[in-house]
Write a protein that binds this ligand. Sequence first.
Ligand code: GMT
Length: 386
Amino acid sequence: MKIGISCHATTGGSGIVATELGLALARRGHEIHFVTMEPPFRLPHYEPNIFAHSVDTINYPLFKLPPYSIALSSKIAEVAQEYDIQLWHAHYAIPNAVAALLGRSMLPAEKRFCLITTLHGTDITLVGSHPSFYRATQYAMESSCAVTAVSDWLSRETEREFDLKEPVRTIYNFLDPTRFHTRKINRPTLARGDEKIIMHLSNFRPVKRVTDVIRVFKRILDDVSARLIMVGEGPERLSAAGVARQLGVEDRISYLGNCANVEDLLPCADLIIQPSEHESFGLVPLEAMASEVPVIATNSGGVTEVVVHGKTGYLCEVGDIESMAEYARAILTQPELRTALGQAGRKRALEKFSVDLIVDQYEHLYEEVRARRADVMEKKHSPEPW
Ligand code: GMT
């Protein structure tokens, strides 16, 4: 099958999932065309069956900001027509799904592709529900051949918030279990042998509550010798550093910035703390589980479908620093508890969220949508019912 994929190319989870999906589909023999602002963050330079098309924009003085969404829709139309793409998969509603719809309408009727939209979370909870984007997001979902979301929580929230007639289908995020391993190869470079390693990975946006990580860490240090490794970049990085200074723990923290091979960092951690306001899925908790690392996350959103409280980690209420610190101390001071949680995490990651299992579900959906398109084309419905 020829499949177009548009996604955000930066370090966020939606772009990572879209890239990994494209790579897995290409390995199964599909021809994949990425259309993005720049080559996606985790896309290798060359892979058979993968084509990476970048969107060009111009910075004309009349525009306050370059109109990227228009350029994106134009590029989608160009690529779809040139390569005869019948199926487009947009990850993140704004602008990717909306731009794909605009691109589709630029094509002659017989060349129009079916659009599948995958929702990742903030495209609904923060961006899509904003009055400036609500109608566009709703239109994108209503005009897609199928809409998927990365957790049941997000599927139900979307149906409720946007009053959709068609149900949103859940297809969970996934990872490649051969990529995520348990070897602590980088441990000596991250902390002293007598220090436990606490890790946090994110894009340091306000929703991630990174200053909570610092506050939990401060309490952990009362009982345990430890180092905090912060991975990622983003707007809350300075606030985190400020709180660390106030609490006098800045010397115990390392900021590594963005890192593409997180699979070689995660196994070095004794514990991951992800205290987000909400997570529609929580790719980092899943990647940590696959690396046999216990997770402390919040009892909020779809991450509760990933982390099992008391079995693969602990779920605390948002902002409940004391409980997070208490669970962290238990994990760090009881090696058998840490091992049990870690092993249960990897088992769950492999059984429920492995690449083969989830890519099968996307492939079935593509087949279903393609068959529907063929039927419509044959009967020459006009206008197309999607
Ligand atoms: O978390 C972010 O700010 C990035 C965002 C994205 O779109 O890249 O992440 C969302 O999508 C990920 C992949 O599906 C999910 O694992 C994250 O839970 C979700 N983030 C939130 O819901 C806050």
